[in-house]
Design a protein around this ligand. Sequence first.
Ligand code: HEM
Length: 180
Amino acid sequence: MKALKKSLLIFLAIGLLLTFAALAGCTPAAPTDDGAAAQSGGSAEADAAGDGAEAAQPLTASQIADGSYEINTTSSSSMFRIVKCVLNVAGDTMTATMTLSSDGYDKLYAGTGEEALADSAGNCIPAVLDSEGAYTFTLPLQALNTDTDCAAWSVRKQKWYDRVLVFLSDAIPEDALQGK
Ligand code: HEM
């Protein structure tokens, strides 16, 4: 009976600890890169980019045929997970429409969090819900295969988080990269 009580107590204590960890937004396997950009790649998308990705040169809209392409991305943080990204190229401009893995962020900024704070709210990029209710954001892009600063506003923490994203050209068909 005593042994049963003891194991019940241990069970309860573990339960309490886990609840605490969950409320704090932290689990034992928690990544520590929640703040500024720390590491690059690591996502399935980055792995899919293959070995050639590092060597890829920056590409601007004028080097890509107009159209929409599903592309791969990397994110500096596992706390900013892009599950789908569509590149839209039109003339000299291009945008990336990203679907995020959660509704944790409700606006983005094309720059750093510091720049976002200094800018007007109207220059932020609001979340747009897709047909499945997932959060999407359309970010203007200067170039592919190069670091792109992006700040994401956490609904829960009510603050900007700096992320560094790379939009990769590796999934774009070769014939679309022959220039216009
Ligand atoms: C010490 C531990 C952790 C801290 C401090 C932390 C903190 C944060 C913060 C501040 C955000 C921004 C959005 C929000 O506030 O909801 C976030 C997003 C997120 N976190 Fe964590 N987190 C931790 C652990 C984890 C773990 C262990 C996982 C999953 C295994 C995880 C998965 C996510 C996901 C999926 C997002 C949303 C990303 C997106 O929508 O693209 N986090 N986290």
